[in-house]
Design a protein around this ligand. Structure first.
Ligand code: NAD
Length: 257
């Protein structure tokens, strides 16, 4: 269904971004991957999932000049971006009075400002071509807060706000802009928090996982990268062409409480 379209998924060498890239590849989209760490494995997986053309650009999404280079690469090698998935993100957990200012700046830059830069650079091409989808990976923390995550909660609330503003600016156009708000997903980002909990509470991995889910996620089950990939595919479909400016939760009931 996405044959002939090009999707850029930031932070797609791991976790949710890779799950979304694989789902878009199964729909026949061409893919531009981005992120740190192993790149050959993700590129091979996305090709094997059915993507006819897979590129990679290692832009550091905290750096506006690097983001501009990534978007120029997308224009030169793929003729622009039709589906933009702003997914790159980091976490830092500390009470606000102990929060290192440079960590605050990094979380805001990667989790929020990067989406502004990719959006402002991708949108003119989408409007010119007459079709586009911008999907921002926010979080339940774009809607509600948790203690010790001030930068992350501020960035994700900001990302939901950016989503709404750009959705209104494009409301009469064939470009839709939405956010996805996952609850807990078992990725390296969350495994670090399970490990910290196991160490702090003197329990094993399984018990720390149970406690983590039990505290916030009523289903007691993780949301999966595959489920987030399928929601992204739906938001790219014609059926979703009038879904605009939404913050769509996939959170096992977290924000129903
Ligand atoms: P992850 O750590 O598994 O993957 C993050 C990806 O971003 C990796 O590919 C990493 O290389 C990349 N990345 C990190 N910093 C980068 C930078 N400066 N420049 C370019 N790429 C960079 O994390 P994840 O859990 O898959 O998270 C993906 C997104 O989903 C994030 O925005 C996160 O906030 C959001 N999210 C995650 C959860 C969860 O429970 N895991 C829940 C809600 C929202």
């Amino acid at each position: 269904a996405l044959a002939g379209k090009t999707a850029l998924v930031t932070g797609s060498t791991s976790g949710i971004g890779l799950g979304i890239a694989l789902a878009l590849a199964r729909q026949g989209a061409r893919l531009i991957l981005n992120g740190f760490g192993d790149t050959e494995g993700p590129v091979a997986q996305v090709k094997a999932a059915g993507s006819p053309q897979v590129g990679f650009h290692g832009a550091d999404m905290s750096n506006p000049a690097a983001i501009a280079a990534l978007m120029a690469y997308a224009d030169a090698e793929f003729g622009g971006v039709d589906v933009l998935v702003n997914n790159a993100g980091i976490q830092h957990v500390a009470p606000v009075q102990d929060f290192p200012p440079e960590r605050w700046d990094a979380v805001i830059a990667i989790n929020l400002s990067s989406a502004f830069h990719t959006t402002r650079l991708a949108l003119p091409g989408m409007l010119a071509k007459g079709w586009g989808r911008i999907i921002n990976l926010a979080s339940v923390h774009g809607l509600v807060a948790s203690a010790n995550k001030s930068a992350y909660v501020a960035a994700k609330h900001g990302l939901v706000g950016l989503t709404k503003a750009v959705a209104l600016e494009t409301a009469t156009s064939p470009v839709t802009v939405n956010a996805i708000c996952p609850g807990w997903v078992l990725t390296p980002l969350v495994q670090k928090q399970v490990d910290a909990r196991a160490a702090a509470e003197g329990v094993d991995n399984a018990e720390a996982t149970r406690r983590l889910l039990g505290e916030k996620q009523p289903s007691l089950a993780f949301t999966t990268p595959e489920q987030l990939g399928e929601l992204t595919v739906f938001l790219c479909s014609d059926a979703a062409s009038n879904v605009r400016g939404q913050a769509w939760s996939l959170d096992g009931g977290w924000t129903a409480q």
